[in-house]
Ligand binder design. Structure first.
Ligand SMILES: Cc1ncc(COP(=O)(O)O)c(C=O)c1O
Length: 395
């Protein structure tokens, strides 16, 4: 695609949002059917969704939850992480990854990311392990799996729990192994912008013994079949096994997820096509770096985050992002580093330079509209407008 800065971009047809959900009549009908069924909360659809997800991921069992945040929180709670403990997490992530550590009274310790794929740097993680470290949470940034083998080996050698925040990476694989099949706890998100949505929702995948402990904690610590106690002939009695949480998925959400799962392979194929289209469109662009996929990795292509080459531009990221939005391109930022956010900065005294690669990425990242509903023409418009806006700010 020839899109030099001098060629006037076509007028935009309307605003292109970052990542609207891809929903059709089948999703609408599935949810309406649940509304008419008389059973809204955790029930047969959730059971069916858990089974279907287990089959899709390639594991024996899954636990459907109200969010990925819930799955992350439960993973740490099952391991009894609490006050006095430290958990190593990336700073270049959504707030949830670190917030769940705080929720348990433990301390998140931020580690830097690799410069190319922006996932946790195993060497930096190793440097930050101390006597209080109990766990490491890796994030599969933008759909690219983290260095799972290296991090899992490091955690095993040091007796730490390894948790994967796979909010972005359903359907990804590395070294031929699908995300979710590594045996360690993996947390998926079905938030409205995710590759598969249930509106709000999440899934925990782990070995059966771990899930056995997580399952009651997801529903007030009640004994396993508590939801069945309203069925005719169902067990009327229940036991409270622990002061658990309210993290169960609803049948409405699961019904939506079951339909989305049928469409998932096509969604992913479209994401691959769009990533290739952007990749070609920006191949010659001197003002940005495109996202990198390492050899042997199949990314889930959740986001298309570019990094601005600020040295070649006379404007900051904020100015460029606002201009893109004014021109109808729903650009956004994933993420503002957590160690630079007021709560974490003030509580733990972080300086931006404590995590230099995260800090630099945090100033430069810009996510472009990216979802299976994006037409080729829309993606071509995005490429043209980005070229034009950056070209106007060239140094
Ligand atoms: C990296 C990452 N982790 C966790 C979450 C939390 O997911 P949820 O909204 O399902 O709790 C998100 C959500 O956007 C995320 O991007």
């Amino acid at each position: 695609m020839n899109t030099p800065a001098s060629s006037p971009p076509r007028p935009r047809r309307g605003y292109l949002p970052l990542a609207p959900p891809c929903l059709g009549e089948d999703e609408v009908n599935a949810v309406v059917e649940v509304l008419r069924s008389g059973w809204l909360t955790t029930g047969p659809r959730v059971v069916a969704f858990e089974r279907a997800m287990a089959e899709a991921i390639g594991v024996t069992e899954t636990l459907a939850l109200s969010s990925c945040t819930a799955a992350l929180h439960l993973s740490l709670a099952v391991a009894a992480i609490g006050p006095g403990d430290e958990v190593i997490v990336p700073s270049l992530t959504f707030a949830a990854t670190a917030n769940v550590v705080e929720h348990l009274g433990a301390r998140p310790v931020f580690a830097d990311v690799l410069d190319d794929v922006l996932t946790l740097d195993p060497d930096d993680v190793a440097r930050r392990i101390g006597p209080r470290t109990r766990a490491v949470i890796a994030v599969d940034y933008a759909g690219h799996p983290a260095e799972l083998d290296a991090l899992r080996a490091l955690c095993a050698a040091r007796g730490l729990l390894f948790v994967e925040d796979a909010a972005h990476s359903l359907g990804a694989s590395s070294g031929g192994r699908s995300v979710g099949t590594g045996g360690h706890p993996v947390a998926f998100s079905f938030y409205a912008t995710k590759n598969l949505t249930t509106g709000e929702g999440g899934l925990l995948v782990a070995d059966p013994a771990f899930l056995e402990k997580a399952r009651p904690l997801a529903l007030h610590g009640l004994s396993r079949d508590a939801y069945r106690r309203y069925e005719r002939g169902g067990p009327w009695s229940y036991a409270v096994l622990a002061p658990g949480y309210k993290y169960n998925m609803t049948d409405m959400a699961a019904a939506l997820g079951l339909v989305q799962l049928k469409r998932f392979a096509r969604f992913q194929e479209r994401r691959r096509q769009l990533a290739a289209l952007y990749h070609a469109g920006f191949a010659e662009c001197p003002w940005l770096l495109r996202p990198v996929t390492r050899p042997g990795v199949e990314s889930a292509h959740h986001l298309y985050p570019v990094r601005l080459v600020l040295e070649a531009l006379a404007a900051e990221r904020g100015t460029i992002l606002e201009e893109l939005q004014e021109r109808g391109i729903g650009a956004s930022v994933h993420f503002l580093p957590l160690h630079e956010q007021p709560y974490y900065r003030e509580r733990y005294g972080y300086q931006p330079g404590d995590l230099p690669r995260t800090h630099e990425a945090g100033r430069r990242l810009l996510s472009l509209p990216f979802h299976p509903g994006l037409a080729d023409e829309d993606a071509e418009d995005v490429v043209a407008v980005v070229w034009d806006v950056l070209g106007r700010h060239r140094r």
